[in-house]
Design a protein around this ligand. Structure first.
Ligand code: PMP
Length: 330
């Protein structure tokens, strides 16, 4: 018989798949690392597991403890799944703009979700940041993973994502492309790949236009989970050889093409990373092997990237593009 003891034991070892259609006319082999096949549905399962296990070892997280983190997305799911296995409570703090569906996913895993008003400044006592700090101070046995500063975030990629890619490509990978949010993925994976290849692997970050990593100030963009308006501790500035800025329009167009042409229903930051990988591949040769990491699946974005009305409202699709009539189809 072959089975895992718990779903959390199945984190990592995600497959690589070749991109066939989007890469037409390009010379290198472009492979995608499909992180939505992690059990919590995203790359963040990797950091959740390692941050929790390191905190157990250091004694910061003790039996019966409570994990408190300001997150509404993938990191929360990963933390909640691992917490379920290990008997910890989870309290997640999220701004009121986060959809009810996302909050319900976290609640489904048994987490408690505290919603804070978006319309208050960061120094206000009810702000997202102040509420999570207060919960950490006042809950007995609370521990805050803090994915933006926790060294275990990049370390998890140094120890898992990087070695997996080297092994899966038989040491033939020449370029690694990933979107940058906390910077954990690119810093940890990139560092490992550079070390193991004696500096031969080129590491390329993908960033939404306007974010700090590509020289912006943090101007709002719509793609989620990537780009920042500050430089997190988890981003190692010595790893990426290059950062490619991608517009929202390009990110979303590529995201939709991944589903239509490759059968990959993935999130908007995946489209952004692939758009950057394709730009990079234009200047590469048949000898190159590009790996692009796809952080999560597309189900969490059905009301946005995959909703024609939403896309039209931002000018990413023509105004009359939503829906098809019977006559259109016949
Ligand atoms: N895409 C999505 C959907 C994410 O949630 C994240 C994490 N914020 C990233 C990309 C970027 O990964 P990292 O934080 O490791 O830079």
């Amino acid at each position: 018989m072959e089975y895992a003891e718990h779903i959390a034991d199945l984190v990592g070892n995600t497959p690589l798949v070749k991109l066939n259609s989007l890469t037409q006319g390009l010379k290198p082999l472009v492979l995608a690392k499909v992180e939505y096949l992690n059990p919590g549905g995203s790359v963040k399962d990797r950091i959740a597991l390692r941050m929790i296990e390191a905190a157990e070892r250091s004694g910061e997280l003790r039996p019966g403890g409570t994990i408190v983190e300001p997150t509404s997305g993938n990191t929360g799911v990963g933390l909640a799944m691992v917490a379920q296995r290990k008997g910890y409570q989870c309290v997640f703090v999220c701004p009121d703009k986060v959809s009810e569906d996302k909050r319900n996913v976290l609640k489904a895993y048994g987490a408690r979700v505290v919603v804070c008003p978006t319309a208050v400044p960061p120094e206000h006592p009810d702000s997202y940041y102040n509420v999570s700090d207060r919960l950490v101070r006042e809950i007995d046995g609370a521990w805050k993973p803090n994915q933006y500063a926790n060294p275990q975030n990049p370390e998890s990629h140094y120890l898992s994502t990087g070695p997996e890619l080297w092994k899966q490509t038989d040491g033939k990978i020449t370029h690694f492309v990933a979107g940058v949010g906390t910077g954990g993925t690119i810093s940890g994976t990139g560092k490992y790949l550079k070390e193991v290849s004696d500096g031969a692997v080129r590491v390329v970050g993908a960033d939404p236009e306007g974010s700090v990593y590509s020289g912006g100030s943090g101007r709002p963009y719509l793609v989620e989970g990537v780009g920042e308006d500050f430089w997190p501790d988890t981003y190692d500035r010595n790893v990426a050889d290059e950062i490619i800025a991608v517009s929202d329009a390009d990110s979303f167009d590529t995201t939709r093409r991944l589903a239509l042409e490759e059968g990959l229903l993935v999130g908007g930051s995946c489209g952004m990373a692939v758009a950057a990988a394709l730009k990079l591949a234009e200047r590469l040769t048949e000898d190159d092997i590009v790996v692009v990491l796809l952080p999560d699946g597309g189900r969490g974005y059905l009301t946005k990237v995959f909703n024609d009305t939403w896309m039209s409202s931002y000018g990413f699709l023509p105004p009359d593009s939503s829906g098809a009539t019977v006559a259109d189809v016949l």
